[in-house]
Write a protein that binds this ligand. Structure first.
Ligand code: GAL
Length: 324
């Protein structure tokens, strides 16, 4: 009898344990398959051949340490795949120790069969003055990525950034420019390795941390204000066309601390493959004293009257979805 109760108890604990890991707990410590805290800030996710790949900034307390990549089949459990892009040991390289690498995003080019990584690069010893976009490329999703070069897109300053691939395969670089007062969008070349001259203004609202997604033919953009590592109010923009005109639609965050984006700053919006209306809003809750200890906020995107909003949840799972 005693053994039977023990068995029931052990099974109950195991079931509760399984349930616990299959959920998102925004703002809590998130560990990988080795039990290490996930170090992938300002990141983005690529869905590739049945797996998700999470690319993000590898950080020390302050310094940039390259770009990390993790893989997952279910979005809850992440396996560390190593550094997708490492710092260069050549001290004359633009990506030698001391540079700043931020907001890495990877997209796959169907025409060339290559994975293309873009990030915001600041050069060693220059603070945030350089304001450049940088590109690296790989034949394998997890890398290692080969660094190509950095530049200012169409001579414009480029700090916070994201990439977006449209249904027709055309890709875009969305970036904060002119000391972050302008948000711009530039179409990438067919190989995704540079920008074309199709480059236009999205807004002059002093916004950064852009995250773009598409739903039912319309384009949606979530941004933050410009207060460094400190959280501020997010903004939603919508447009019928990727080159605009973009219309500002207010703060899409709802619930506790919504006016400070729950203490976070937008990084990416992940569309869930196979689902028509499910997206995950991904943000960083920065810890400027110890950047590697910055936490992640993953929250569900909901829809009301044709507009997306992001609602705070202490915990949630993918079962909490929009009715498709
Ligand atoms: C934020 C930006 C981050 C980082 C930080 C540095 O505004 O979104 O990516 O650049 O400033 O202070």
């Amino acid at each position: 009898m005693y053994k039977f109760f023990l068995l029931v108890f052990v099974m109950a604990v195991a079931i509760a344990g399984l349930g616990q890991t299959n959920r998102f707990t925004p703002g809590q410590v998130w560990t990988d398959d080795k039990g290490e805290v996930i170090n992938a800030h300002g990141g983005g996710i690529l869905w590739d051949k049945g797996r998700y790949y999470w690319f993000g900034e590898k950080r020390d307390r302050q310094l940039s340490r390259g770009v990390n990549v993790y893989s997952s089949k279910d979005l809850y459990h992440w396996k560390y795949e190593g550094e997708a892009l490492s710092l260069s040991r050549d001290s004359t390289s633009e990506i030698a120790e001391g540079c700043v690498m931020e907001r890495p995003k990877v997209i796959y080019n169907r025409k060339t069969g290559k994975y293309v990584l873009w990030f915001h690069l600041e050069l060693r010893g220059q603070g945030y003055k350089a304001a450049r976009a940088a590109v690296a490329v790989s034949d394998r999703v997890t890398g290692p990525y080969r660094y190509i070069r950095s530049f200012r897109p169409n001579e414009n300053m480029s700090r916070d950034m994201t990439l977006f691939v449209d249904d027709d395969g055309s890709a875009y670089h969305i970036y904060s420019s002119r000391e972050n007062y302008d948000l711009r969008i530039a179409r990438l070349s067919d190989d995704y390795l540079s920008v074309t001259s199709a480059d236009s203004l999205i807004a002059r609202d002093h916004q950064e941390a852009p995250a773009v997604f598409k739903y039912q033919g319309g384009y949606y953009l979530i941004t933050s204000g410009c207060t460094g590592w400190a959280p501020n109010k997010a903004s939603l923009y919508t447009s019928a066309s990727i080159f605009g005109p973009w219309q500002r639609r207010g703060n899409p965050m709802r619930g506790k601390n919504a006016d400070l984006t729950f203490g976070g700053q937008s990084a990416y919006v992940l569309p869930l493959p196979g689902k028509k209306s499910d997206f995950i809003f991904i943000a960083d809750q920065w810890n400027p004293k110890d950047l590697k200890d910055s936490r992640y906020l993953w929250l569900p995107v909901r829809w009301k009257d044709g507009l997306p909003y992001v609602e705070w949840k202490d915990q949630w799972s993918l079962a909490y979805t929009n009715a498709d």
